[in-house]
Structures are given as structure tokens and as C-alpha cells.
Design a protein around this ligand. Structure first.
Ligand code: SMG
Ligand code: MG
Length: 379
């Protein structure tokens, strides 16, 4: 059994509304969709790098280069029997985690389909945190709301998403737009599950800002300090009752171990793209579980392909908090999979049960958003 054809597509998907964070505004989401074929089976994956190096140093162009020149050749030159094997094989490529995760996710889908198992079944079989864990049919999900023009506009966005069923709200903050936003949302909704994400916009000398939101009963404060830092976060965490959660700073299960050991956070956001894929995400999940730290699944505004795999990984037992896994229509007018992802009145999302990603890629929709395409074949 082997993969003999890999296709990369740069896709450009217009968002239903601009998404603003402390580092910029996204209007059209650009990702790379990876297709792997062999033995009549097609696996799909998604690389979540962006057009520019703002969230991380990776861009779609660096990811394309690493995939084309290193990861795809490695895949064709070796006999790979499982997706975790790919992750071991590519460990010699330093960094470029989003590029790795893009291809790794297509391989997970391919191997899962070959074994007629869902991704949720595949991922749960790898985790060691709770061997007898029973797969949930639905998972609780949240929504991440970008920076808005005014606190009032933000409050109205929150109201709308609560009405749609979401039971956990994340708001973005940046210097000058922080404590007042938390107060405005809390004044209107005193009891909702609320968290903030700074995307690395502050310094330790801004600790007073976080002290000022320490009594707002936030679930967590996500990545307040710089994007590769663990040490300064450990100092800030000591000053606060509210749990810190690291996102950008965590690139591997080892990073998670270090951050938890040093008290830099109490919760970790797992984004498979950021940590090189699902095999590493599962390792990270297990490390956190052993240390009694909860994890949750982050989002990179994925299409339905990446979302399907994220929903599957979020079924693991230590994903104790709702993830940034919202309905397809929260991001896109038209998703590239069928059925689209939806959120029910209780703020829950169904976990696909079919083989692999468990949703079908709609070829016309995918073609409509494809900006460029390259095919690679095993010699
Ligand atoms: O996928 O719902 C989503 C977006 C979640 O806020 C989100 N992601 O730092 O956690 C984060 C951001 C990173 C993406 S910003 C383009
Ligand atoms: Mg984040």
C-alpha cells in the first residue's frame, strides 16, 4: 500500500467578515490543501500557514517550498506505514510545523480510509491518557471573535453567537483595547464562559492590565506575552489567579512539558498545525493529561478539511474546554466539504463518523477557490 501522487493547491477563501487580531486583519483566508492518492484511496489535508509571517514565521510560500523540496520527496522515497511514521521521518526537517502538519493530515485521512476508520477512532487509539475512553458523538465548541470597532459592536457580536448556541466566547485583545472590552462583555453577560487572546501583544511590564482583568472570572488569558516566550509567562502566571494558556509559544509536546513544569501556564491550546501535526498533538495531549493540565483545540480559520481533523482530535479525553471550532458559516459563505459543520442549540458540534475526515470534498467548490495547483508523482 502506498501513496504515489500528491497534489498541492493554494486556496483563497473569502471570509464572511474580516477577522482582526492584535497582529492584523484577515479578509481572505489562504491555505494549502494537500491531496494524497494511492491504491484508489484519496486523503485530504490542510496546511494552515497564512499569506504573511504574522501569526508564525511560516507563510504559504515557505510551506510550499518545504513540502515540494523536502517533505513530498521524503514521502515518496520511503515506505510509510502510518501517519506517526511520517512525523518521525520528517523530524530531521527543523521547524516548518505547518508544512509538516499539512501533509501529515492528508496521510492520516489516507490511512484511516484504508482501515475504514474515522479520524476520531484513529486518534483515540493513539492516546494513552485514558485507554478505555469512549468516543463522544458531539463536542462542545466555542467561537473566537475578532477585534471590533467599538465595545458595543463586540457586545452585539457576543449576543449573536450566544443566540446561535455557542457556550464559550473568546475575544481578541490588544494594547488599548483590553480591560474595557472585558468589562463591557462582562457587564452584559456576567455568567458566560469567557476568555481573551492577546496573540503576543504585551510585555511583562504590562502586568497591571492583566491584574485589572483578574477578577473578571475569565476561563483563561491566552498568549499575553511574546510568541516564543516561556520564562516571562511563568513570571506573569505567578502574579495572577486567572489561568494563562499558551498558544504561539508551544511548538511540541516537549515545549508543553517545559511550560507546565515552569508554571508558565495552566492550560494549553493545541493547534495541530503549530505543533507539526496530529501525532505530536496527541503526544502533547498525553503530556498535559499526566500533569493534570487541560487542553483545548485552537483554530486557524480552517476550511472543512482541516476542521474535520480538528474536531476529531478534540474528542480526546483531556480536551476539557470547548475549542475554537465554529460552524462553517461563521467563516465562509460556502465550505469546500459536505455536509458543512454546524453548531446546535446547545453549542455542540457533531463528530463525523465516516472513514477518515468523514466529510466529502466538493470538487466544484474546491476548484472555485483554487489559485494554483501542482502535482507530484512517485518515480
Ligand atoms: O479558527 O475560529 C478560528 C480562529 C481562532 O482566534 C483564533 N485563532 O491565536 O488562536 C489564535 C487565532 C489565530 C488565527 S488568527 C488569523
Ligand atoms: Mg491564540
Amino acid at each position: 500500500m502506498s501513496i504515489d501522487r500528491i497534489e498541492l493547491r493554494l486556496v483563497k477563501m473569502p471570509l464572511v467578515a474580516p477577522f482582526e487580531t492584535s497582529f492584523g486583519v484577515e479578509v481572505v483566508e489562504e491555505h494549502i490543501i494537500v491531496r494524497a492518492d494511492g491504491d484508489g484511496i484519496t486523503g485530504w489535508g490542510e496546511c494552515v500557514a497564512s499569506e504573511g509571517p504574522w501569526y508564525s514565521y511560516e507563510t504559504n510560500r515557505t510551506a510550499w517550498h518545504i513540502l515540494r523540496d523536502f517533505l513530498i520527496p521524503l514521502t515518496f522515497e520511503n515506505e510509510i506505514h502510518s501517519a506517526p511514521e511520517f512525523s518521525q521521518l520528517t523530524a530531521r526537517v527543523r521547524g516548518h510545523n505547518m508544512a509538516k502538519a499539512g501533509l501529515e493530515s492528508a496521510l492520516w485521512d489516507w490511512f484511516a480510509k484504508a482501515q475504514n476508520k474515522s479520524l476520531a477512532q484513529m486518534f483515540n487509539a493513539q492516546q494513552t491518557a485514558q485507554p478505555d475512553f469512549i468516543l463522544p458523538e458531539r463536542i462542545a465548541v466555542g467561537v473566537s471573535i475578532g477585534l471590533q470597532a467599538t465595545p458595543r459592536a463586540l457586545v452585539e457580536q457576543v449576543r449573536g453567537y450566544l443566540a446561535e448556541g455557542y457556550t464559550r466566547i473568546k475575544i481578541k485583545i490588544k494594547p488599548g483595547h483590553d480591560v474595557a472590552l472585558v468589562r463591557a462583555v462582562r457587564a452584559e453577560f456576567p455568567n458566560i464562559r469567557l476568555q481573551v487572546d492577546a496573540n503576543s501583544a504585551y510585555r511583562l511590564s504590562d502586568a497591571d492590565i492583566f491584574r485589572a482583568m483578574d477578577d473578571a472570572n475569565l476561563l483563561l488569558i491566552e498568549q499575553p506575552l511574546s510568541n516564543d516566550d516561556i520564562f516571562q509567562h511563568s513570571k506573569l502566571q505567578r502574579e495572577l489567579k486567572t489561568a494563562l494558556c499558551l498558544d504561539e509559544s508551544i511548538h511540541s509536546a516537549d515545549d508543553a512539558e517545559a511550560a507546565l513544569e515552569l508554571g508558565a501556564c495552566r492550560i494549553i491550546n493545541i493547534k495541530p498545525g503549530r505543533v507539526s501535526g496530529y501525532a505530536e498533538s496527541i503526544k502533547l495531549h498525553d503530556v498535559a493529561a499526566r500533569r493534570g493540565a487541560a487542553v483545548w483545540c485552537g483554530g486557524m480559520l480552517e476550511s472543512g478539511i482541516g476542521r474535520a481533523a480538528n474536531v476529531a482530535v478534540a474528542t480526546l479525553p483531556n480536551f476539557k474546554l470547548p475549542g475554537d471550532l465554529s460552524a462553517s458559516r461563521r467563516y465562509y459563505k460556502q465550505d469546500i466539504v459536505e455536509p458543512e459543520f454546524t453548531v446546535d442549540a446547545e453549542g455542540m458540534m457533531r463528530v463525523p463518523t465516516g472513514p477518515g475526515i468523514g466529510v466529502a470534498v466538493v470538487r466544484e467548490n474546491l476548484d472555485a477557490v483554487t489559485a494554483s495547483l501542482q502535482v507530484f508523482r512517485r518515480n
